[in-house]
Design a protein around this ligand. Structure first.
Ligand code: BES
Ligand code: MN
Ligand code: ZN
Length: 488
């Protein structure tokens, strides 16, 4: 989707979208629309501007011939505005025609970004492997005419661009999650990162099995022992040249391309575990977006990609394994594999890059889903300030986080008699916290570390697919957070 700034005297589109808030100006706005397009005023009684309300209107002219009033609701949040537009455009694709304009002149820049982001996301096509062809969404490769507030020209354009660029990277994240593990192997994830890095100007290295062995990433390698697919250790780095000494932020994403559970094999719902690389989709989507936006920062993203499979060579419960940090781990449950990959990911990041801020993102525990459901990711942090900032960013853009504790008592539950730590808490309680505590054990007491357990929000139901699908959670959150860090 592309955008061209326009105004009513130059409009060439046949279809005009009018996103409308339900506020005290509603009636005046509707009357003005009736007068502008010579319409009977009766519709101004009907349309209330409530969230996702749609009213098509037809004019007696050609540019535009068709109007869609789209309700955003009262004081819409970023996510409400985005979803109103995405839902409208997704469900009405056959009525849009191929020349579309949108009037953003009475919408603030924050909501303008959300609205354009929603339109971009509406063009996503989930039918990756269907043999019958699907028509592209009419907005997909089209240029939309945008009528903007001319007094706010530059900020409006920036917001619109951000909405599109974010949507594109979120759609990439959808694709990564929605692909099955036979297609999205660790190597394929590495290839994706390489191609993205090449396209948007950031550096990507992908290490294969031998290199990973040489590096001593033993906990991560243990997860890969039962796998037919070679691991891929992905290290991506974007460094702005616009500023000297930009803030250094490390991101580590869980990239388990499929989680069978290993020898502690999963039963029901295993097919959902193609989404167990949702953390890596968030992290890779974010570094791509940061690079596209050319933010004045230094970001390093690390993905220890592997699947977790069953085989004669697979790691066993009771095995004691090593790790990059040198610490030993007693495996209690092979299904607690994500934390093993993260342990090496964060330790490698800290030792080799010394980031000022370190965030890991992972679909780590079912316990986090049982605690917070599908509406917030679990947040853990060694820094109350960092936690507060991440939570506020998430609230603002509609990717919610809720903080859970990292009490030392949780570490005591990870006691091993024979090794430095076990990979599973001794009690079946507070599983998200014990998992977070395990990861923290490998952060060398990093003062600005945060862990986002996104098991409940990375993949889920939506009105855009019948089965669960990737949500792109984290792409905008991490990027917005990084943008804020850069501006301080
Ligand atoms: N990938 C799962 C966590 C998960 C669960 C993600 C549901 C998405 C939805 C993780 O590797 C896992 O298996 N966790 C176990 C941990 C347990 C063995 C301690 C879990 O949560 O059941
Ligand atoms: Mn698992
Ligand atoms: Zn997993």
């Amino acid at each position: 989707m592309k955008i061209k700034v326009s105004n009513y005297s130059n409009l060439t589109a046949n279809t005009l979208l009018l996103p409308i808030e339900n506020n005290k100006h509603l009636k005046k706005r509707l009357v003005a629309i009736a007068e502008q397009f010579g319409l009977n005023q009766s519709f101004t009684e009907d349309f209330t501007g409530k969230h996702k309300e749609i009213l098509p209107l037809y004019t007696n002219q050609n540019q535009p011939a068709k109007l869609f009033l789209i309700g955003l609701g009262n004081k819409p949040s970023f996510i409400k505005a985005r979803e109103a537009m995405r839902s409208f455009s997704f469900h009405n694709k056959n009525r849009l025609g191929d020349s579309v304009a949108i009037d953003l002149s009475s919408i603030n820049t924050n909501l303008s970004e959300a609205i354009i982001n929603g339109l971009e996301l509406s063009t996503y096509n989930i039918h990756l492997y269907q043999t019958s062809k699907h028509k592209n969404h009419p907005l997909k490769n089209n240029t939309i005419e945008a009528i903007i507030d001319e007094n706010n020209h530059d900020v409006s354009i920036t917001a619109i661009k951000k909405g599109i660029l974010t949507g594109e990277s979120q759609k990439e994240a959808f694709d990564l999650v929605n692909q099955d593990a036979g297609h999205l192997t660790p190597e394929a994830l590495g290839k994706w990162a390489k191609a993205s890095g090449k396209k948007y100007g950031y550096d990507v290295k992908v290490y294969g099995k031998e290199a990973i062995e040489e590096m001593g990433l033993k906990a991560y390698l243990a997860v890969n022992r039962g796998s037919e697919f070679a691991p891929a250790f992905i290290v991506a780095e974007y460094k702005s040249k616009a500023v000297s000494n930009p803030k250094k932020i490390g991101l580590v994403g869980k990239g388990v391309t499929f989680d069978t559970g290993g020898l502690n094999i999963k039963t029901a719902g295993m097919h959902y575990m193609k989404s167990d690389m949702g953390g890596s989709a968030a992290v890779l989507g974010a570094i791509e977006l940061v690079a596209k936006l050319q933010l004045p920062v230094h970001v390093i993203a690390i993905i220890p990609a592997t699947d977790n499979c069953v085989d004669a060579l697979a790691v066993r419960p009771s095995d004691v394994i090593g790790s990059y940090s040198g610490k030993t781990i007693e495996i209690i449950d092979t299904d607690a594999e994500g934390r093993l990959t993260l342990a090496d990911g964060v330790a490698y990041m800290i030792k080799n890059y010394k980031p000022e801020i370190l965030i890991d993102v992972a679909t780590l525990t079912g316990a986090s889903v049982r605690t917070l459901g599908y509406h917030a990711g679990a947040l853990f942090s060694s820094s109350p300030k960092l936690a507060k900032q991440l939570k506020a960013t998430g609230e603002r853009i509609g990717e919610r986080l809720w903080e859970l504790p990292l009490y030392d008592e949780f570490l005591a539950e990870l006691h091993s008699d024979v090794a430095d730590i076990t990979n599973l808490g001794s009690r079946p309680m507070a599983g998200a916290s014990t998992a977070a505590k395990f990861v923290q054990f490998f952060t060398n007491e990093h003062p600005n570390w945060a862990h986002l357990d996104i098991a409940g929000v990375a993949f889920g139901d939506s009105e855009y697919s019948k089965q669960k699908a990737g949500k792109g959670f984290g792409v905008n959150l991490l990027t917005e957070f990084i943008k804020e860090v850069a501006s301080k």
